[in-house]
Design a protein around this ligand. Structure first.
Ligand code: RRO
Length: 312
């Protein structure tokens, strides 16, 4: 089977890559992704200045996934931009993604201006959905604010841009957000970020399992899969054809990848399972996706992307 895909004018050998935040913090991890079987990679969401993030423990493995309140620890935009420029010099036909997540609009503008002025030729992702910085609501849940942020960025930004969205749970939210996003020259929408502000109790000591925010954190993994499928499907049905969908959430095996593509994803990102299994997961997922496609007689991603069947 052929696992290749495209986002905008960019070609990728296969549909698989890391979800931002997972295995992409520093050069060691980024180089491991480069060496893996993934079709692309994204850098950790950046702020202009390096951040240490929230106190530890800030990630916990759960029975069916994970909870995290990392708090946007990152090395600062320059670090990831340097990596990206070196990467594209060495591997010009393997485009990558750079994620930015300013805590203020001013910081997002400053980072977007720096990327715009640089030689970076890949895709930029504006993260509108970090759930874990105390006092900073998720922009993606504020529709007027989302519109204002995109108006401001597109006043000067001309490079390929996508947005990372939080999960939505009402059809009116899908309608309203898609109508906003359709007003901009976005290349893609990435859905979903973690399920914000979940909570887990350790039954051995009646205590939360992460320290920040009194135990509240973003939930990922198997808990997220049905929400991810719904968000990918709902946005695929509502966005103009120029805006593609990247699907993220609940990917552990080839069937999970296949399901997100059926719902409309052009690329699929792996978070919790990559955190637990490491970058060798991409070789396994490729093999399992190819087997799933073969079993259905599909030769390419386009053969079944968006071809979810519904009942009469
Ligand atoms: O760093 C984080 O706490 C974090 C971010 Br920026 C995000 O977008 N999603 C997430 O689950 N954690």
């Amino acid at each position: 089977a052929q696992l290749a895909t495209t986002i905008g004018a960019f070609h990728f050998d296969n549909v698989l890559m890391n979800a931002s935040g997972v295995h992409c913090y520093d050069l060691t991890q980024l180089h491991e992704l480069e060496q893996s079987e993934a079709g692309s990679l994204t850098t950790k969401s950046a702020t202009s200045a390096k951040r240490l993030g929230n106190p530890e423990p800030r990630y916990a493995k759960l029975a069916l996934g994970s909870i995290n309140s990392m708090g946007l620890p990152n090395e600062g935009l320059d670090y990831y931009l340097d990596f990206a420029l070196t990467h594209q010099q060495q591997l010009p036909d393997q485009p990558i993604f750079m994620s930015i997540a300013g805590l203020t609009l001013e910081d997002n503008i400053a980072m977007a201006q720096k990327i715009e002025a640089s030689d970076f030729a890949g895709l930029t992702e504006l993260n509108l959905s970090c759930p874990n910085v105390p006092g900073k609501p998720q922009v993606g849940y504020d529709f007027d604010r989302t519109k204002y942020v995109l108006d401001t960025i597109f006043e000067f930004f001309t490079k390929p841009l996508g947005v990372k969205l939080p999960p939505y749970f009402d059809l009116a939210q899908f309608d309203e957000m898609a109508a906003i996003l359709n007003q901009y020259p976005l290349v893609y929408v990435n859905t979903i970020n973690s399920l914000g502000n979940g909570l887990w109790v350790d039954p051995t000591d009646d205590t939360v399992v992460i320290k920040p925010k009194g135990g509240f954190g973003g939930i990922g993994g198997q808990y997220a899969k049905p929400i991810a499928l719904a968000n990918v499907r709902a946005f695929s049905q509502r966005l103009k054809p120029e805006i593609q969908v990247i699907g993220t959430g609940g990917i552990y095996n080839g069937r999970d990848v296949y399901d997100l593509i059926l719902c409309g994803a052009s690329m699929v990102q792996v978070g919790s399972a990559l955190y637990e299994e490491g970058p060798s997961i991409f070789a396994r997922l490729k093999q399992e996706l190819a087997a799933e496609m073969q079993a259905h007689g599909y030769h390419s991603i386009e053969d079944f992307r968006g071809k979810l069947k519904i009942m009469d």
